[in-house]
Ligand binder design. Structure first.
Ligand SMILES: Nc1ncnc2c1ncn2[C@@H]1O[C@H](COP(=O)(O)OP(=O)(O)OP(=O)(O)O)[C@@H](O)[C@H]1O
Length: 328
């Protein structure tokens, strides 16, 4: 269920800029099987952080511990400077969540759901359900029953409920699972709006395209451990394969061609230059695209109209990373 507002009237007052989530050495086992293994991570204010990994990597367990829904076996977890269990009453009003298993009774109307979940918090603006329903395209649905809504509308309603009490941290777990591409785009746009207003978001997903579209930073998990963390651009730089620039190149004669290929080979970051069916194909790291572009612009030939750039993305980087051999 989204948001379970607590009853405490006290709000946490973490230092400005202090991490919203701080986890150090978190461990969790079920029936003797380790599913979160010495995990450390941080989420800073205003970040949209993606927790990604294959099924069973331990993502949901981690966010459930963050929300105080499960106990950690070991490690230190602080959310807005608070302990998820000891300070649960203070923490709950500061969190908004849409969990993997979110559901409402079929007959509950949208208007009833927002009335049920709206819990004014001292020091925070009063919940403005009208504005939120409007913002997420649900204003006209107030009288509709949950059971009559499409998957995309339900997810947008869960976002409204998660945001209703102006939370300091929003946790979204598999937000777009099962949605069609249009509904998914709508939900992505809604998450983008959260970033624009500076809301801190922890987004659990195994959709790498979604992580690239939405996240400022990504934490990749496997077997309960952090495999890598960084901005999408950093992860692409570290783990993605080569970028490729290709074009048709017709200098005056073979000597000119040999000279040009030789020059291309010497450009910083180029790993290989090939010729295939009249095209020149240059492989290298991602910045090589700009270098080859500059070389073409400075050459005495017209810039080839069939210039093509194939640039690896976060998906390539993370597939390489997640498919890498496990430690023995
Ligand atoms: N209550 C539980 N009792 C026993 N095992 C559990 C329990 N909850 C989760 N697990 C197991 O712990 C492991 C991690 O599950 P978790 O749901 O945290 O992973 P996940 O990365 O979120 O996966 P998914 O993407 O499939 O949701 C899985 O093998 C799962 O079967």
């Amino acid at each position: 269920m989204p948001n379970h507002p607590g009853t405490s009237t006290q709000a946490a007052t973490p230092q400005p800029g202090a991490p919203v989530v701080e986890i150090d050495g978190l461990c969790k086992s079920y029936d003797g099987r380790v599913v979160v293994d010495d995990l450390s991570m941080t989420v800073r204010p205003g970040e949209v952080v993606g927790l990604i990994g294959a099924n069973g990597a331990g993502k949901t367990t981690t966010v459930e511990i963050i929300q105080g829904l499960r106990h950690a076996d070991a490690g230190r977890v602080r959310v807005l400077g608070l302990h998820p269990h000891r300070d649960a009453a203070r923490l709950r009003p500061l969190l908004g969540s849409q969990l993997q298993s979110s559901a409402l009774p079929d007959r509950m109307r949208v208007g009833e759901a927002v009335a049920l979940f709206a819990q004014p918090r001292p020091g925070a603006p009063a919940p403005d359900s009208d504005a939120l329903l409007e913002r997420f395209g649900l204003a006209y649905r107030r009288r509709y029953a949950f059971g009559s809504m499409s998957g995309g509308e339900r997810q947008r309603l869960f976002l409204v409920l998660a945001l209703l009490n102006t939370p300091r941290l929003v946790i979204l777990d598999e937000l777009t699972q099962g949605l069609d591409p249009t509904a998914r785009r709508d939900v992505w746009a809604a998450v983008d709006q959260l970033r624009d207003v500076g809301t801190t978001v922890l987004l659990v997903t195994h959709e790498l395209v979604e992580a690239e579209a939405l996240c400022d930073r990504v934490i990749a998990m496997r077997d309960g451990k952090v495999l890598a963390a960084g901005t999408p651009a950093e992860l692409v730089r570290r783990f993605a394969g080569a970028a490729t620039v290709s074009f048709t190149w017709t200098p005056g004669d073979h000597l000119d061609l040999a000279r040009d290929l030789n020059r291309l080979n010497r450009i910083e970051g180029v790993t290989r230059v090939r010729r295939n069916a009249g095209r020149v194909i240059v492989d290298g790291d991602v910045p090589v695209i700009a270098h080859v572009g500059a070389w073409l612009a400075a050459s005495d030939q017209p810039v080839p109209p069939d210039l093509r750039v194939d640039q690896p993305g976060l998906e390539d980087a993370l597939l390489t990373l997640l498919d890498s051999p496990r430690a023995a």
